[in-house]
Ligand binder design. Sequence first.
Ligand code: HEC
Length: 302
Amino acid sequence: MTSDKRYNRRSFLKGTGIAAAATAVSWRASRAGEPDPAIVNLPDHSKYLGEGVQAHPYGSPSQYEANVIRRDVEWLTATRESSVNFTPIHDLDGIITPNGLAFERHHAGVAEIDPAQHRLMINGLVEKPLVFTMDDVKRFPRENRVYLLECAANSGMEWRGAQLNGCQFTDGMIHTLMYTGVPLKYVRETKPAWMGKRMRAIGFLLRLAAPMALVPGAGRTADIALGEYLAAECVTCHQLSGHSTGGIPSIVGMAEGLFIEALTAYKRGERDNDVMRNIAGRLSLEDMAALAAYFAAQGPRR
Ligand code: HEC
């Protein structure tokens, strides 16, 4: 826990107690005809010149906001580089998180990315790989969108019971920011080579020729590594050993066309099974093709 003693619960309560008492006193004083010094005395800041307008070329928060900062929890992560910093949600007004207070999660420290060296690459299940520099991307029409992002682990530490002493730490893995970006459809339309055509062809073939043994091309282009990554969710039920257990069929070594067709049928609600409808509903055709390629490669069907 940060050793910021001002923010522990007891001093907070004491603080509010004092503040409440002070309010009561000034109210009584003003009733008794004693003026409130914060009203009748000239405030300090009006008695001398402030800093030059360029003193801080990049704006920074007022000293009176010094407590409004992100904080981490020392014992929560193994290293300071692979860690989280929590947004001080208790100190914020309104829904937009200031940029400097946005919750961040890093696994290898904060990366310093030079925009001039940054590349957006579209490759994998595409007919023609594309690469864009930041200048290329900036030529497209931009959109601003407000998004709330919440870490999947937010409040997770509390599942074992109360462990942290404030909402910044229990629920601060969250931020709401205005993101500026370029919709992928513009990037895609610039060069019609990207995956739209192939995907439409696969969908069309599926409707025409189901059931069939193989979707032409799907196996060759699908990303097995992506399939392996996505398969983590599946293998809790579908055994990689290829055995069917308790009504759960084996999907190892299944023909890729049948595999995609089965998932598409669950997704469209044409095949009945709540679990698989739910799971397939979240998969894109690209995901399905990757999963199909991965499971097909796990050996012959047993
Ligand atoms: C909670 C358990 C569970 C999980 C997780 C799960 N499945 Fe299934 N899956 C089933 C069951 C049960 C069936 C059989 C449903 C039926 O009777 O139609 C099935 C059927 C299938 C079928 C059709 C098999 C055939 O022989 O027709 C495919 C393909 C499939 N699952 C793929 C997947 C993939 C890919 C994932 C991961 C993204 C996944 N499943 C995750 C339980 C699960």
